[in-house]
Design a protein around this ligand. Sequence first.
Ligand code: UD1
Length: 363
Amino acid sequence: MRTDLRVLSVVGARPNFMKLAPLAHELMRRETPHVIVHTGQHYDADMSESFIQSLGIPKPDYNLAVGSGTHAQQTAAIMQRFEPVCLDVKPDVVLVYGDVNSTVAAALVAAKVGIPVGHVEAGLRSRDWTMPEEINRVVTDRLSHYLFIPSRDAGENLRAEGLPADRIHFVGNIMIDSLVALLPRARKMNGHRHQPYALVTLHRPANVDDPDTLRELLETLAELGQERQILFPVHPRTRARMRELGWNGARSDNGVGVVLLDPVPYEEMLSLVLGSDMVITDSGGLQEETSFLGVPCLTVRPNTERPITCTEGTNRLVASKREPLLQAARQVTRRTAPPTIERWDGFTARRIATVLCDSARFD
Ligand code: UD1
């Protein structure tokens, strides 16, 4: 067992925080030194600070404050500002999470200064190279020494790309660790169920950046909103595009409709999912959370890097078009018993720490 290990984690965007939290707690429990770097990719309080607080993550040791920009600007700014931190801290391993620009930027820096990279949530593939996240995933995995995979299909993807089997560790889904930890608090909140509702989130560039696609999706939601209440916490990217279209929700005569909300903290989001009859989304994490909880999910995308949510979970892919979306939403009848997915059990952070600190393996 290594007692002198120094770990550095890099996070930056909203979906990173629930992947960091369980590991931060586990490393703290083991008294393993752990430096946390926030790139500042997400900076609004309701996209960053509120998550850090509700997940009990220690205040980051560094904030690189890179903010928004084009992909090249954002990635380059993170690399420039992270390199001196990496050289200064000299960790034994740099951990990166998920598939956002902060993930690939930090992995490039660490690999080039010769520090082993650990990728938490490795091996996922949509095979859709128009998604910036797919590029981030493939490049990060290629640079990583530790590939922590959430499901067995991810291991198959990595082996097919020629990555060595001894780097791949089937540790399970770390986001489920956070979900399991916050579920009791989320269940207690339970304040949203005045009437049945569907929960909606949309933020992928493919769905929200093209005005025609976004308009068709919003009009379809308004139509669905005539039949049942829709709650829609809106991502800042989507809010900006909605403003351009002059769209601000939709009310129907019978008191239902589409209600727009600001982004909500993690446990409130969990409680919204728990109370909903169905989720319509293009998020990666929600496909997994709904599967774990047995809530039907329609993913408005042509593909998913998380196929296990369709084969074993509650997820179904739907085109970003009126007819298929209306039809799929009307077919959803009820919730199912939550499936059991292998190693989505709340112990993933423990397995990762065991690999790092005790040089163990998880096949
Ligand atoms: C990023 C990730 C995406 C992830 C999503 C979760 C990449 C390439 N994309 O997308 O994989 O699913 O986060 O949220 O890393 N903005 C704000 N306040 C903020 C952050 C962003 O207003 O705190 C606005 C800015 O106008 C910004 C835009 O949202 O330009 C997009 O932000 P960005 O971080 O570039 O990408 P996301 O769409 O958030």
